[in-house]
Ligand binder design. Structure first.
Ligand SMILES: Cc1cc2nc3c(=O)[nH]c(=O)nc-3n(C[C@H](O)[C@H](O)[C@H](O)COP(=O)(O)OP(=O)(O)OC[C@H]3O[C@@H](n4cnc5c(N)ncnc54)[C@H](O)[C@@H]3O)c2cc1C
Length: 819
């Protein structure tokens, strides 16, 4: 065999010739980066791609990014053959998701409303209509189907070949039989890729190595905590009456999907309890490989699935196939520039939807690499949301048992992952257990969601889209914050100490607000990119000259840290992650001053300790950083307590608070309280695509501060472009009954103008409340626009009267906060 001719240089090296790698190469080349080399260890498609079932479905996600990627992918696959001469096997035979129980009916009604907002043509159809489209299906126990007539299936190998051919036609080089041995770095950035045939010097690497991506990343310290798992489908012998033209049928309640294959039926599976494969690492020579199927484990699931098409039980089995696919801890892909190495991009961990999102994924990545930042919301899939402990073998072995099965579970809004729990506990965890805390997974931390009460065992009851058993408890915690005083553990927040000669100047350079004023003050600020859109939303507290404390949400932890570190390279500033060094205990509510004053001698009067004051105070034997600030719209204090003194401080607070009616409040209450006030949460209701002005955060931007800040010019340009036609606003459902969670379309005068990005229940306002980005089209989105027209919010296929507001619906003048 001749030695492959490996170039010595390229602008971008893509590692991996599956659907993702070829799509990235295709899009880079199409967007003008022709100097792309794709390295494939063996043959293109030889990893996971070759054996995919090829479902091409646009229905089913409440993520705008995922839905847009699916739509783009389907359109791309429809035009690739004309461009490349290589067929993709796309058959737009349609797709039906069936609802076999009322909760799934509610879920799919909610999802379909959102998908329609995104331009997916999905129709709710009756069981009889399902039967007409898929005559062999048993439908007597179904409530409805959700039908997308333009969806269907593709041939994954043909799609990948077409992408590879399209990439080559635009000048990209695709090398088979050339493994990437490792990535060469210099000064923390990519410098090249080693192969057995020489090193390719390059600016950028994209690790698209599928289930090998974790091992490859680890060589450079890049954390990609994905794990391969067994993934199955069965193909029956030929079946009488089955037609190629039938739609793909999916019945998550029976763990199965069904489509014609070779005159028989393909029965694909997502079993609820699944099996990780090769925790210790994927063999380097595993090509076009299969895993011996585990009949014993799978038979009960198979029987349940096949019962949806009863005739399938009567014919023989042609093939029971098991192949590995990569799954991630939260069932979202791992995408973007790695925090550990500059210009090291990753696109892996596709969680069994790599074919149907692959086109869009390649486009997003190519845009990101070429333009320096993505043009879609990537907060949910960014590699930097993941933490290093998640790559531990025990974590992967434990969590992966749950993740594949989640694909087909009913996606209840309050469901938390149940595996790999108790990995991170706050220092006062045991005290909260004693108060009856119900915990959920908060970036791996055990976060108290609500409290059953002292000595009680919390029982959330069955999951539901309606009011859960703890609704009244939640309301009581909410009311206690509005009327009395509450204690909330938020130790999971990301905390950083920033020091150095240039710390103030560099923090001010990345902050849109002025964070370098007087010492002893906290400042709420956004960090922007050059485009004026959001990178972070956090607080900076100036403790002293050259000494700052940065606090961000748990999900933004590594993003914020990376952003800071990269800017700090320009001067003398250093950040230390002190998340574990401090517990965070929040005391909030109109009686919070009285409680705090009972545990400290420090003068906390309004004059001595005004809103935004930050000072070290004494509580018992502890020194505590006390900051007068709120994320729920009340007079309140956030206490940063050295971890080893957290229990001591907690006990003092609990003891002093008892006669004042101190109540423990959980994260459910935090969500409802902050939502009434319209406070933003990055990654939930604001993201990297929003300009700071559209996000309604212009009040926190200091355009006049000396030296400016990153993104200032873009903010000025946005201002100069005139009044905003897109704006984040609060939406209140006027009917107190229905609940909103996320993705509910908002209508004005019978036209969809946006959707609710995040929501909760406003116990004080008396209805579900959320934040929605409103697209005004030709109209300016201002108070007049919001105050006129008929506003409605669509919840599970019904439209309810709503109120839209730019000013916070609760305490718009901040009177309570400054009391
Ligand atoms: C049974 C089954 C059914 C599925 N059905 C569907 C479906 O219906 N629809 C859908 O959308 N998805 C489906 N999927 C998922 C889909 O197949 C995957 O998400 C997708 O193929 C992942 O593509 P990839 O490019 O990330 O990985 P891969 O296809 O595994 O590509 C990675 C490539 O990297 C190469 N590589 C690894 N290490 C190196 C190295 N060091 N140097 C060079 N090359 C390297 C490998 O050889 C491999 O070719 C299914 C998966 C399975 C298992």
């Amino acid at each position: 065999m001749s030695t492959p001719a490996v170039p010595t240089q390229a602008r971008v090296v893509v590692i991996g010739g599956g659907v993702i790698g070829t799509s990235v190469a295709y899009h880079l080349a199409h967007m003008g980066v022709r100097d792309v080399v794709l390295l494939e260890r063996d043959k293109v498609t030889s990893g996971t791609t070759w054996h995919a079932a090829g479902l091409m479905v646009t229905f089913g996600s409440t993520s705008e990014t995922s839905t847009e990627m699916r739509k783009y992918t389907r359109d791309l696959y429809a035009r690739l053959e004309a461009e490349t001469g290589q067929a993709t096997g796309l058959k737009q035979v349609g797709f039906i998701e069936v609802a076999g129980d009322l909760d799934r009916l509610e879920e799919y009604r909610r999802v379909s409303a959102f998908n329609r907002y995104c331009g997916v043509d999905v129709q709710e159809i009756s069981p009889a209509e399902i039967k007409q489209l898929f005559p062999l299906a048993k439908v007597d126990d179904l409530h409805a189907g959700f039908y997308v007539k333009d969806d269907g299936r593709v041939d994954p190998v043909d799609v990948t070949m077409a992408l590879a051919k399209g990439a080559k036609m635009q000048g990209a080089t695709i090398l088979e039989g050339v493994p990437a041995l490792g990535v060469v770095t210099k000064n923390g950035a990519v410098a090249g890729v080693d192969t057995p045939y020489g090193t390719i010097a390059c600016e950028t690497v994209v690790n698209c190595a599928g289930m090998w991506a974790r091992q490859l990343g680890a060589k450079n310290g890049v954390n990609i905590p994905l794990q391969a798992a067994e993934h199955y489908y069965l193909i029956t012998a030929k079946m009488e009456g089955i037609e190629q033209s039938w739609p793909v049928l999916e019945d998550p309640g029976s763990y199965g999907y069904f489509r014609e294959e070779g005159g028989g039926l393909m029965v694909g599976m997502f079993e609820p309890v699944c099996a990780p494969w090769k925790i210790d690492g994927i063999p380097g020579d595993f090509s076009f490989g299969e895993i011996p199927p585990d009949w014993d484990r799978m038979t009960p699931y198979l029987e349940k699935a096949m019962a949806r098409v009863p005739k399938s039980l009567e014919v023989g089995v042609k093939k029971f196939f098991c192949g590995p696919e990569s799954f991630t801890p939260d069932l979202r892909p791992v995408v973007g520039e790695a925090p550990e190495v500059r210009n090291y991009f990753v696109a892996a961990g596709l969680n069994s939807i790599g074919i149907l999102t692959g086109g869009g994924m390649g486009r997003v990545l190519a845009h990101w690499i070429i333009n320096g930042r993505p043009d879609v919301d990537v907060t949910g899939m960014h590699i930097d949301r993941l933490h290093r402990y998640q790559a531990n073998p025990e974590y992967r072995r434990t969590r992966t048992v749950e993740s594949l099965g989640m694909v087909y579970q009913c996606h209840y809004p309050t469901k938390s992952m149940t595996t790999a729990r108790d990995a991170k506990r706050s220092a006062i965890h045991d005290r909260l257990v004693a108060e009856g805390a119900y915990f959920k997974d908060v970036s791996g931390w055990e976060g108290a969601d609500w409290y059953a009460g002292r000595g009680q065992t919390p029982d959330p009851g069955p999951l539901s889209f309606g009011r859960m058993r703890w609704f009244d408890t939640w309301r009581a915690e909410h009311q206690a914050a509005r009327e009395g005083v509450i204690l909330m553990d938020m130790s999971f927040m990301a905390k950083f100490r920033v020091e150095g000669r240039d710390a103030g100047a560099l923090l001010n350079q990345i902050s849109a607000n002025d964070v370098d004023g007087e010492a002893g003050r906290i400042t709420y600020t956004q960090w922007l990119n050059e485009g004026g859109t959001l990178e972070a939303d956090l607080t900076v507290t100036k403790l002293g000259e050259r000494d700052y404390f940065v606090v961000a949400s748990d999900t933004a932890h590594r993003h914020v840290e990376t952003h800071m570190r990269r800017v700090f390279e320009q001067g003398h500033a250093f950040c230390a992650d002190v998340t574990s060094a401090y517990a965070q205990i929040n005391i909030q509510g109109p009686r919070s001053r009285a409680l705090m004053q009972a545990v400290t001698d420090a003068d906390l009067s309004n004059d001595a300790f005004p809103f935004r004051a930050a000072r070290e105070i004494a509580i018992g034997f502890a020194r505590v950083l006390c900051v007068r600030i709120t994320y729920l719209g009340e007079l309140g204090y956030e206490l940063y307590v050295p971890t080893e003194q957290a229990v001591h401080v907690y006990d003092r607070l609990a003891q002093a608070g008892a006669p004042m009616g101190l109540r423990h409040a959980g994260l459910k209450a935090l969500a409802s309280l902050r939502m009434e006030k319209g406070y933003r949460d990055y990654g939930h209701d604001i993201d990297n695509t929003d300009s700071v002005l559209e996000a309604g955060l212009g009040f926190a931007v200091d355009l006049k501060k000396p030296g400016g800040f990153i993104g200032r010019e873009a903010v000025l340009a946005k201002k100069a472009a005139g009044p905003l036609k897109r704006r984040l606003v609060q939406i209140l459902c006027k009917d107190p009954e229905p609940l909103m969670f996320h993705a509910e379309p908002v209508w004005r005068d019978g036209v969809r103008v946006g959707y609710v990005r995040a929501a909760s229940y406003g116990h004080t306002l008396g209805g579900a409340v959320g934040l929605a980005m409103i697209e005004g089209g030709d109209s300016v989105v201002d108070a007049a626009f919001l105050g006129t027209g008929t506003w409605e919010v669509e919840i599970a296929a019904r439209r309810y009267p709503a109120l839209a507001s730019m000013r916070p619906l609760f305490d718009p003048d901040n009177a309570k906060i400054k009391a």
